[in-house]
Write a protein that binds this ligand. Structure first.
Ligand SMILES: Nc1nc2c(c(=O)[nH]1)N[C@H]1C(S)=C(S)[C@@H](COP(=O)(O)OP(=O)(O)OC[C@H]3O[C@@H](n4cnc5c(N)ncnc54)[C@H](O)[C@@H]3O)O[C@H]1N2
Ligand code: MOO
Ligand SMILES: [Mg+2]
Length: 424
């Protein structure tokens, strides 16, 4: 059920479970418009069409060896004492088709990848043959019996005609590109990348080029978020950060919501005097979806809607901002790209060390996976405060620690959410 802005005030917020918030957002994450792009531009884009095989693959009986195409029946009597000699009647290089037929007592020279000629039902490796000229013709000598079908890849060995190979929503990478190329899909229909505006709020923020000044910090969230948007399949648009000024932020968000498919802001969602995004989402400008999530970091993660478009107002604390993106923005981007698995993949691991913090909310602890003796261990980052930035780079998962009154001991089974770019 949607909450109204009246359900919240600055200090008394109703925390939603992560899954509840994800469900609310899912109403807005629908596969978006499509476009056609060249195959060579399609790496890491998301298919918007079903790919069916227009022909079997391979499309013809293919030789797997350089050697001779023969009739297996002709080799039945041969041995090292009794060489069978066959007349070589043609040669089939790759890319050519012989118009002759292999008949009893004959063979054809053939190369790896060439179409096996009519009449032949096996290919003998070159190394297992000898050659001679005999009464004006070239002959191949065989010393060993060969079974029918040997060294021939049958038609449709990999793919049958009409087989569905890929569904919309599939991320295109090397294997997918190989399929598309093999079936002549040189123009690929993909989902358009959602255009995501990003800006940070905070009077303390400097651009990355600026020298440090007293009390100020460089804006890292905007760049981190742009990288996350890109990785999730969207197109980030970095907008200039705004001071902690409600009117400025309001104008900027409203404009960005008109121009882009969604807007991400960072900062100003807590209860501080200058937490203007918290005030903004409670205003009439937008419909707030939530402003508190039962999680840490990122308990103040907020979202709102205007004219069907989402504003993700993430926490300014870098750790909370990162996690808020992974749990809420990534799935939205993935849904607009047709993905049927928009959420982070969940695995189970063994907690490698005691986790001593306790909390009424579920914790999403930055961590690293380590496989030892076939067991997957989850190692929490040394510092996991929501304000901590530097451990994000060393994490390949989020370790899910359910609400607990006592420490979670080493050896506990824990859920882990796999971050993208993880080596596993
Ligand atoms: N009285 C309370 N204070 C706080 C509460 C609370 O419940 N009661 N919650 C704390 C929690 S938890 C979090 S998380 C933060 C959330 O803060 P905001 O989302 O309002 O973010 P800011 O106040 O703007 O900034 C917090 C922190 O992050 C730094 N920051 C902000 N933007 C960036 C950026 N673009 N790049 C790098 N770092 C950034 C900012 O300088 C602050 O240090 O509130 C707690 N307080
Ligand atoms: O709840 Mo704060 O939002 O931990 O990071
Ligand atoms: Mg604040």
């Amino acid at each position: 059920m949607k909450q109204t802005n009246d359900d919240f005030d600055k200090f008394h917020r109703k925390p939603l479970q992560v899954s509840h918030a994800q469900k609310l957002l899912a109403a807005y994450g629908k596969p978006g418009p499509v476009e056609q792009i060249a195959l060579e531009e399609s790496h890491n884009r998301y298919l918007a069409e079903e790919i069916k095989a227009p022909h079997p693959f391979p499309r013809f009986r293919r030789s797997g060896m350089d050697g001779y195409a023969v009739r297996a029946e002709d080799t039945s009597g041969c041995s090292s004492e009794h060489v069978v000699w066959l007349d070589v009647i043609d040669e089939v290089p790759c890319g050519f088709v012989s118009d002759k037929e292999v008949t009893p007592g004959t063979a054809m020279r053939i190369m790896t990848g060439a179409q096996v000629p009519e009449g032949a039902n096996a290919v003998v490796m070159l190394e297992m043959t000898e050659q001679r000229e005999y009464e004006g013709s070239i002959q191949v000598g065989l010393k060993r019996k060969i079974e029918t079908g040997k060294n021939i890849t049958p038609i449709g060995f990999e793919v049958d005609e009409g087989e569905v190979l890929m569904l919309p929503g599939r991320r295109i990478q090397a294997g997918e590109i190989s399929v598309l190329a093999s079936f002549g899909v040189h123009q690929v229909t993909v989902y358009q990348k959602p255009r995501i505006a990003i800006f940070s709020t905070g009077s303390e923020l400097l651009t990355v080029e600026e020298p440090l000044q007293p009390g100020k910090i460089r804006n890292s969230n905007t760049y981190m978020l742009a990288s996350q948007v890109r990785e999730a399949g969207g197109e980030p648009y970095i907008l200039e950060a705004v001071m902690d000024d409600l009117a400025l932020a309001k104008a900027k968000v409203e404009r960005a919501l008109q121009e882009y498919d969604a807007v991400i802001t960072s900062g100003g969602v807590s209860v501080g005097d200058y937490d203007i995004m918290g005030d903004f989402v409670r205003s009439d400008s937008v419909d707030m979806l939530y402003n508190k999530i039962a999680m840490r970091p990122g308990s103040v993660t907020t979202a709102a809607v205007k004219d069907g478009k989402l504003l993700f107002a993430l926490s300014g604390n870098p750790g909370a901002c990162f996690v808020g993106f992974e749990l809420f923005v990534r799935p939205f981007i993935q849904q607009t790209l047709g993905s049927d698995k928009p959420y982070l993949t969940e695995w189970t691991a063994v907690l490698a060390q005691d986790y001593t913090k306790v909390n009424a909310f579920t914790r999403f602890v930055r961590g690293r996976l380590d496989a030892r003796d076939g067991i997957l261990y989850a190692v929490p980052a040394k510092v996991d405060e929501s304000s901590v930035m530097v451990t994000i780079k060393d994490s390949d998962c989020l370790i899910v620690i359910p609400p607990a009154k006592e420490k979670t001991p080493a050896g506990s089974k824990v859920k882990v959410l796999m971050l993208k770019g993880s080596p596993l």
